[in-house]
Design a protein around this ligand. Structure first.
Ligand code: SF4
Length: 330
């Protein structure tokens, strides 16, 4: 039996911006995740990684493609399938204060999840809330406090406890440490590493911080304008990046330093917009190694050792000869 927990194929998320222009936020994304595995999803702001995370859990639009979680088709599944998926998955959000109901105590917020998903009998809810709080390093004595009476780190721990209350197989953490102080970030990352090992959690970790991704993730997928351009084991991708965009990200951060994140514009030039995606390889206007074919054709995924890369630099030579012939006869 396959141990694949999440399988996504050709996922697209398109929607209309306020002035009616089509935003192609996610385009043809395919990957799989095994139980207990952690995938880091990295790329500049606006590259579509948060939109993809929400689409996978049906918390946002999904225009096309297939998403299967634990064998259930999420894209076209029944209401029962979606409910079952909600019992096995959770999302941790960037802003720990906004993610919690300000009118509920954190104990109440965790209890709410236990009640909705009928995880424990009513008379055991209080004990389970205390257990979950201890699991994430929060004193159960804080259960009656509202989010406004807690620090950002405490609120994010409460958010993680809420996520764990469903006993998930898959968690998507969307920039979940970005809003925290560096020392608190390290604590939350250590907590996630510990929980992942203890509970065999599959985790998609959406992040700007390459140092954190390197520490936490088994695999990494690099996104550019809605597409995954390089994906593979973290050490293989970071150790010898193959795609020019990944190389640029790595060059922009000479040493992976946990205190530094992705630069907002690692290559200079106009920041990319999903409203106006260039033809061919979308990276070609910024790519120092662009070839004539890059302006016209989307690269096909190639496997190089353990890594998958979408770049014409790794094409069979026959593809370039064919494109040259087409250009001459055009
Ligand atoms: Fe650069 Fe061409 Fe590769 Fe795109 S396909 S990254 S433009 S070399």
């Amino acid at each position: 039996m396959s141990d694949t927990l999440l399988n996504i194929e050709d996922v697209e998320v398109h929607f209309h911006a306020p002035k009616g222009k089509l935003v192609r936020a996610v385009n043809g994304v395919t990957f799989a995740l095994k139980a207990g595995e952690t995938l880091g999803l990295v790329g500049e702001s606006g590259c579509g990684k948060s939109t993809l995370g929400r689409a996978i859990l049906k918390l946002g639009p999904l225009t096309a493609g297939h998403v299967t979680i634990d064998g259930r088709d999420i894209a076209s599944g029944s209401a029962a399938d979606i409910m079952a998926m909600r019992r096995e998955t959770a999302m941790i959000f960037q802003d720990p204060y906004n993610a919690l109901n300000p009118r509920l105590s954190i104990g109440g917020a965790i209890a709410e999840v236990l009640k909705v998903h009928k995880k424990v009998p009513p008379d055991q809810i209080e004990a389970r809330v205390a257990e979950l709080m201890q699991l994430v390093g929060l004193s159960p004595q804080l259960a009656n406090r509202r989010p406004s009476a807690l620090s950002g780190g405490q609120c994010q721990r409460a958010g993680i406890a809420r996520a764990l209350a469903v006993e998930p197989k898959l968690i998507i953490a969307d920039e979940c440490v970005a809003a925290l102080d560096v020392s608190i970030q390290a604590q939350i990352i250590n907590l996630l590493i510990e929980l992942k090992a203890r509970m065999n959690l599959a985790l998609i970790f959406i992040a700007h911080d390459l140092g954190v991704v390197r520490r936490l993730c088994d695999r990494v997928a690099v996104m550019y304008l809605g597409r995954i351009v390089e994906e593979g084991p973290t050490e293989d991708v970071f150790g010898a990046p193959k795609h020019p965009y990944t190389q640029a990200l790595m060059r922009a951060i000479p040493e992976i330093d946990p205190d530094r994140g992705l630069p907002t514009d690692p290559l200079g030039g106009e920041p990319p917009s999903p409203l106006d995606i260039p033809p061919g390889c979308a990276f070609h206007p910024r790519c120092p190694q662009a070839l004539p074919i890059c302006r016209e054709r989307l690269p096909i995924e190639r496997r190089i050792g353990t890594v998958k890369v979408n770049c014409h630099l790794y094409d069979e030579p026959s593809i370039h000869r064919e494109q040259e012939r087409e250009t001459i006869h055009a």
